[in-house]
Ligand binder design. Structure first.
Ligand code: A3P
Length: 345
């Protein structure tokens, strides 16, 4: 009898204990989420006045909790009005470079309470069909945010697409432009690896990188190969400079963002006139992944998808040397224009 009573008591204690731990975890998450829902660092006015016509009535995406997840379609008109949520055009765009670390940069900047990311690549300015839909279509693709927050979009194709600088200029001539670059040969191989993986997924064969990067007739670097052309950063930047002064660009070191992300993010915070809010706490190195991952609070953290950080195929060293020699003068020009020097070979 006594034994039965003791077992019952233990069971009750177990249930009570579980409830207490559950509530505690819920509170931690909830406090974090409420914290984020407050305008933590008012920066009104830094980016000019916002539009007055923005009462979003469709699906809601808003920053919820430190997980930075956007919940869709679950807000009432009342909630939108109460929180004064709006869909704002981006005040800053990550325009490239493809495989430079654009996703990592966007996700890491989204750790900042005053930043809201557009999760998808919108491809508004580089895609004629999308562009023809007009600026309101673009704005409606943006996440909901508080007026004091800034929206950031990333579409790496913008950097290399002819028409884009003029189109962005027409939308906002004082927009801030972020370009994340990596050592050009590594970036080209990363670009190739992505395409190769796509082919393999479809059970297709593909050329070796060496065959694509080197013209077999001349034995010179094949400048018709897109992965090579994209890495000639200065050529693309020069087109942008016809519309925007260099002060409106910030160059992010994509190689450093991999090994030491915080100082790179702090430079971006400064460029965007944001108070420094991203800290070492928000970034932790995940040994299994081999990359830094994001920590929002003690409960929520995440790493980038497995498609980021692929293993590159071995490339013939003579081809690497040839490519590096080819990129060298373009890199020098890039350093000169941007005022940022890298230790690229
Ligand atoms: P690799 O796959 O060549 O390693 P993008 O987002 O522009 O496509 O860039 C992808 C690159 O981001 C990856 O290239 C990877 O090296 C880099 N990267 C930078 N920081 C990362 C991070 N924290 N997690 C995963 N990948 C990261």
């Amino acid at each position: 009898m006594l034994f039965k009573q003791q077992a019952l008591l233990r069971q009750k204690l177990f249930v009570l204990g579980s409830l207490a731990i559950g509530s505690l975890l819920y509170l931690v998450a909830r406090v974090g989420s409420l914290d984020r829902l407050q305008p933590l660092c008012p920066i009104d006015g830094r980016f000019g006045p916002r539009g007055q016509d923005e009462i979003p009535l469709r699906a809601l995406q808003f920053k919820r909790g430190l997980l930075h997840e956007f919940r869709k379609g679950n807000a009432t008109k009342e909630q939108i009005r109460l929180h004064n949520l709006v869909q704002q055009l981006p005040k800053a765009i990550i325009i490239g470079v493809r495989k430079g670390g654009t996703r990592a940069l966007l996700e890491m900047l989204n750790l900042h309470p005053a930043v809201v990311k557009a999760s998808q690549e919108i491809h508004f300015f580089d895609n004629d069909e999308n562009y023809a839909k007009g600026i309101e279509w673009y704005r409606k693709k943006m996440p909901f945010s508080y007026p004091h927050q800034i929206t950031i979009e990333k579409s790496p194709a913008y950097f290399i697409t002819e028409e884009v600088p003029e189109r962005i200029y027409k939308m906002n001539s004082s927009i801030k432009l972020l370009i994340i670059v990596r050592e050009p040969t590594t970036r080209a191989i990363s670009d190739y690896t992505q395409v190769l993986e796509g082919k393999e997924r479809k059970n297709k064969t593909y050329y070796k990188f060496e065959k694509l990067a080197i013209d077999s007739n001349t034995c010179e670097v094949n400048t018709k190969y897109k992965a090579v052309r994209t890495s000639i950063y200065t050529k693309h930047l020069e087109r942008w400079l016809k519309y925007f002064p260099i002060e409106q660009f910030h160059i992010v070191d994509g190689d450093r963002l991999i090994t030491e992300p915080l100082p790179e993010l702090q430079l971006v915070e400064k460029f965007l006139n944001l108070p420094p809010r991203i800290s070492q706490y928000n970034l932790y190195f995940n040994v299994t992944r081999g990359f830094y991952c994001l920590r929002f609070n003690i409960v929520f953290n995440k790493c980038l998808a497995g498609s980021k950080g692929r293993i590159h195929p071995e490339v013939d060293t003579s081809v690497i040397t040839k490519l590096r020699k080819f990129f060298h003068p373009f890199n020098q020009k890039f350093y000169q224009i941007t005022g940022r020097t890298f230790n690229w070979p």
